[in-house]
Design a protein around this ligand. Structure first.
Ligand SMILES: [Zn+2]
Length: 573
């Protein structure tokens, strides 16, 4: 029987970690049906001579919930070899949601995740209320990627309790309603339940998001509802504020793991700020101890620092200062003209002294961008290239005997797409390496779809392959591919994905081992309503195939959207 797609002459890195081998891969009906020397004819042939053929990458920590309504591609993840994502993380989901709360939801997502309200109101057709209705909506939307999703705690609380969710403990009726909704979502196909206790997660009014109002008894009950069904993952945005608060968070989360028996996942990060900075192995030791006691726990790591991103075309740390405000309101060309004026530059430098000093409070990407403290210039880097070896603004200022502000202005004038990064967590590459090498962490956590103009994590996969594999040689290609595919498919319990095997879904990425690499990010105005966001693409990826259909070719969408909804065990067909 003829094949739909034949990928010929490639080198298969199959996702298991086993050594590579030369083979053709044959695809029919969305599945891999043959691996070897294939003589059958095919409707479409890709010559992968000299290229690696691997399972498509899986990213379990995204916030694509809103974006999926207007972006069938699944950018920016689609440019980095990703074929499957999980959304609804950290309690921020768009379902369940009552019609009266839609605008509030949109504003919360703006406050926490920097997804513009205008884009959400213009771009989303809100035709759901319950989680199963939302899932059915996602099922109908054209999708270039596969999407799994959680039911989110902040959404669920608002749905069950209305505005009381932002202030009150849940009563027994509230708890029963929420338990029922969690069970309903898991049966409909949710991969799990997500929540957040991160101090950086606040509403537009600056108050804690609804999930943070919940007490631990409520968490026990809702994770317990998944325990009853023996299905579903619990994902939580951790308290990483340091000190006693964080210690108590960890202790209590361990009890949830041991009592519910459900797998628990949370962001595993090294911090150098906060009241009691965390070395990289602070979380991994805790995970090991919990597992030794009988819990199931995974750390979500990323492959580089998580940064607040600044640029002339988006935010600069100084935008709120009077002299800056005046200039930043002008059209770009006029700004550049003024920034070249020595008198103006003197005023801008003088203004910087008025900034709020740095404190020990841990700032997330949101506050770090919109309410910045005086930057630590030794921890602010122009992205001259995509590796990790750029000099800091402080280094450049010292070398050129200039004020750091002048350095920033010069670099912006030289190239108005210039991006500056301020690592918020995972500041040191060696810390990231420690986390990534740990056996119970996952390479995930792009936050794709969120922080659209504040952070850029979507390149974590191409960064792993170009920096940690090729440049630093800390992982073999086989190991790194396994981390991005089979490991994540296993942790999120996605059967039939994450390996190049017959019978598996034909989610594949075809790339050049020596050339795969993220490009520098740019600021584009391509959101509904013309809002801006950061965009980052990659080089070296020849094709991405989703359920047997070529979705991307040389970085361009083919306009074919074969993505599916990834459902949990109880609903998977
Ligand atoms: Zn998140």
């Amino acid at each position: 029987m003829a094949l739909d797609l034949l990928i010929k002459n490639g080198t298969v890195v199959d996702g298991s970690g086993m050594p590579r081998y030369r083979a053709d891969v044959g695809v029919r009906g969305g599945k891999i049906v043959e691996i070897g020397r294939i003589r059958a004819v095919a409707e479409r042939v890709i010559d992968a001579d000299g290229l690696v053929v691997a399972p498509g990458f899986i990213d379990g920590h995204t916030h694509m919930d809103a974006q999926i309504a207007w972006d069938p591609l699944g950018s920016c993840s689609c440019w980095h070899g990703v074929t499957s994502v999980v959304m609804g993380n950290c309690g921020f989901a768009l379902a369940p949601c009552k019609p009266a709360d839609r605008e509030w939801f949109a504003r919360c997502l703006t406050a926490v995740e920097d997804i513009p309200t205008e884009a959400m109101l213009a771009g989303i057709d809100w035709n759901w209320e319950s989680f199963p209705e939302y899932l059915a909506n996602v099922e109908r939307l054209p999708k270039g990627l596969n999407y799994g999703m959680y039911i989110g705690h902040s959404a669920l609380r608002m749905y069950a309790m209305g505005r009381r969710a932002l202030e009150e403990r849940a009563n027994e009726d509230d708890l029963r309603a929420m338990e029922a909704a969690v069970a309903e979502a898991i049966r409909a196909g949710a991969l799990g339940f997500s929540s957040s206790r991160a101090t950086t997660h606040v509403t537009p009014d600056g108050t804690p998001v609804a999930s943070r109002i919940a007490d631990w008894h409520e968490i026990d009950r809702l994770v317990g509802a998944m325990g009853e069904l023996d299905a579903g993952i619990f994902q939580i945005g951790p308290d990483i504020s340091g000190g006693e608060a964080q210690r108590l968070f960890y202790e209590r989360l361990r009890r949830v793991a041991l009592e519910s028996g459900r797998p628990i996942m949370f962001g595993t990060l090294a911090t150098k700020q906060g009241v009691d900075p965390n070395p990289w192995d602070y979380s991994t030791r805790y995970i090991d101890e919990t597992v030794a006691l009988g819990g199931r726990m995974y750390g979500q790591g990323t492959t580089r620092s998580i940064n607040a991103v600044f640029s002339l075309k988006s935010y600069l740390p100084f935008d709120g200062l009077p002299a800056w405000k005046e200039i930043r309101a002008l059209p770009l060309a006029e700004q550049k003209h003024r920034l070249a004026d020595p008198e103006v530059r003197r005023r801008l430098v003088a203004d910087e002294a008025k900034m709020k000093p740095k404190s020990s409070e841990l700032q997330g990407g949101g506050a770090a961008t919109t309410d910045p403290r005086r930057p630590d210039y030794a921890n602010l880097f122009p992205m001259l290239d995509v590796d990790w070896d750029d000099p800091s603004v402080a280094d450049l200022a010292r070398r050129q005997n200039k004020h750091p502000i002048e350095i920033i202005i010069d670099l912006c004038l030289e190239n108005d797409n210039r991006v500056f990064v301020q690592p918020l967590v995972n500041e040191s590459p060696e810390d990231v390496l420690g986390i990534l090498k740990h056996a119970r962490t996952l390479a995930t956590f792009s936050d794709s779809g969120a922080h659209v103009c504040q952070e850029m994590g979507s390149s974590l996969q191409t960064h792993l392959l170009s920096y940690w594999v090729r440049k630093r040689q800390q992982f073999t290609l086989e190991e790194a591919v396994r981390m991005l595919t089979f490991d994540n498919a296993s942790a999120w319990e996605l059967p039939g994905r994450g390996l190049v095997r017959t019978g598996y879904a034909a989610d594949l990425v075809v790339f050049e081992e020596e050339r795969i690499r993220p490009r520098l990010p740019t600021v584009e105005q391509d959101l509904p309503g013309g809002a801006r966001r950061l965009v980052q693409k990659a080089d070296g990826i020849a094709a991405t195939i989703v359920n047997g259909v070529v979705a991307m070719e040389n970085g361009q969408s083919t306009g074919q959207y074969a993505g599916q909804v990834l459902k949990g065990r109880l609903a998977a067909s």
